[in-house]
Write a protein that binds this ligand. Sequence first.
Ligand SMILES: Cc1cc2nc3c(=O)[nH]c(=O)nc-3n(C[C@H](O)[C@H](O)[C@H](O)COP(=O)(O)O)c2cc1C
Length: 370
Amino acid sequence: MTSLFDPIKIGDIAMTSRIAMAPLTRNRSPGAVPNTLNVAYYQQRASAGLLITEGTPITQQGQGYAQVPGLYTRQALDGWKNVTDAVHSEGGKIVAQIWHVGRISHTSLQPGGGQPVAPSAITAKSKTYIINDDGTGTFADTSEPRALDISEIPGILEDYRKAARGAVDAGFDGVEIHAANGYLIDQFLRSGTNTRTDAYGGSIENRVRFAVEVVKTVADEIGAGRTGIRISPVTPANDASDADPQPLFTLLVEKLAAFKLAFIHVVEGATGGARDFQQGEKPFDWDALRRSYRAAGGTAAWMVNNGYDLAMASAAIESGRADIVAFGRPFIANPDLVRRFKEDAPLNEPDKNTFYGGGAVGYTDYPALA
Ligand SMILES: Cc1cc2nc3c(=O)[nH]c(=O)nc-3n(C[C@H](O)[C@H](O)[C@H](O)COP(=O)(O)O)c2cc1C
């Protein structure tokens, strides 16, 4: 029987266990450049089978929060190189979560103070995090977005391509395309945020088009075996909604089956909340989603996330329901989570007050076992 602690090869990436660190935005990179504190944080967690970085914007247009490290300047890429070198020196593997926030942004973060972009001009009932002129941080309402013109889409695909190339050149083992949590790709997917009447809106065939084009662009650039994608079919995060998510995400994974991707990462339920959260008329059937992907010939590792503990994760791997389990909050508080799980040792509790922003406190000062 397969165990959580067995190695697995996902595409081109060899993992030492089935335990991944989920992407976690920590807002500790002033100027959008990874720094020595960020290096220490990822290095401490390098015993994970796979580290997935915090969301890393592919352009300034894709930036939605202050002090989040990007992938679009020379300084940021050099900063990330220090991170990937440190993780590799510990024998770890790390992929960059490549991110465009779409409408979840604020004019003060956008190029020239312009409007954020989205599939449709619908303002999110959501907050973002900005820095005031006096240097203090505050949560602010997201700004009204403008709808992307269809002629702008090739340029955004090009931004994804460049970011994926930059990530691999900066030493990452691959990328995770962020198609979850109500950001740009998810805004195209879901009916509550996409009211377009062109080839990118309306039918589910049209709404999955942008996601599939991003995947193809990235896989063509860096290889499908270094490419993964994260989806969250029912999460209400960032005011995201869909009237009927099961057929939409089934079609998406069936289309993804054509690529030999490294992994598909599925957030089950409301991100960070109820696992049985429902959108549409029926509970979402997670097993059916995986079976549809496999029936369509999909070979990627199936990664699951959201509220897992050791017992749940072991059961998911042992039953074959998942190939990999990603842990978010447990990795914030336990840099040596894999060892603690192996030894069934007690876990440190994460402190919510230090999740976003700040320095070493609540970031690099959680103790490992002696
Ligand atoms: C502080 C914090 C930051 C997060 N940042 C991201 C992110 O950048 N990208 C993303 O896809 N999910 C993000 N998430 C969601 C987590 O990846 C994960 O889905 C969630 O915490 C549920 O997993 P868990 O129960 O193991 O913590 C974040 C969650 C937290 C708590």
